[in-house]
Ligand binder design. Sequence first.
Ligand code: 13P
Length: 378
Amino acid sequence: MQLPDFYLFTFVFLLLSFYFYLLSSARIIQAKLQSEMKLHELINTAKALVEDDKGLLAMDESNPTCNKRFALLGIPLTAEARRAYREMIVTTPGLSESISGAILYDETIRQQLKDGTSFIKAVKDAGIISGIKVDMGAKAMEDHPGEKLTEGLEGLHERLEEYARLGLRFAKWRAVITIGDGLPSMDCIEANADALASYAKLCQEAGLVPIVEPEVLMDGEHSLAECRNVTEDVLRIVFNHLYAKGVALEGMILKPNMVLPGLTCTKQESVEEVAEETVHCLMRIVPAEVTGIAFLSGGQSAELASARLNAMNVRFKSQLPWALSFSFARAIQQPALEIWKGMHANVEEAQKALYHRAKCNKAARRGEYNTGMERKSI
Ligand code: 13P
């Protein structure tokens, strides 16, 4: 090769190398920006779900669970009855004054109101953010009698992409932990925590805020101290898995149980004791980056759930890094369901009851709930 050719070759080689270097740097910067934007959106959604002292309305009962509740009231166990019930809920006037987000069920997002409006649009038009239950239910755990493992990871990535396309902005996955003779086992806690973290990571990749729900069940005779110890173990293990999978804690909501004595335990602590034990338990485990904690109601009466949430906020609100909110199903819906009973003529009264419970829980977030609110409107 002659000298000028050599210089030309070297020049072209250096030019091309520089071009490819710039190209790959631009791609890395673009990917980084995209992931920062995604995180920013997740954080905004998580914040919006706990803003203005509002909370979540869980209306995501699976068909078997919804049917079980309908059967007790003689309501037909049909897709049309479930549709009509949920139409009653989402068309409640003023619901968005207290409710920031509604957790829907897959059947519901494919149904319409009587006037043809899709549920997703109706919820959005009502000023409420739509979310969706994405687990496939808690199934008997192999080799662990009396324990359950929540399923639904298979195909979850594709389902989440579809939900994001349909405009849903958050998701929910519920794991259940039973307290009993020798229960829960470490295997059950670990397996459920691992699934919760995998689900949360997939949600964030799809741009949906994960609601992480490890529920220690109320059923049983166990004491409040036992519930506290199990809840603490469960939450610690769940957060270990969330860290290990790289879930952004600022872009998620934790949905735990309150620390309560078992339903049939002879000693039932006061509202203040429950509030103190619950918040102390959470303070020991839940990192400050988590945007919000939204309790499930778990079978407590509607009034007790409001009173306990209120007591937590009265005493601790000013000291906590995260919002203490609600994501109730039964504690918001049950009184309305019992009034509605499947009859169109009862819609207005049922909606008043639903509105009232939502309002009581918003007041509880502010530490302004009192039992006088119940007497006034019922
Ligand atoms: P409850 O408030 O009735 O416990 O329901 C909350 C929920 O979403 C259960 O997954």
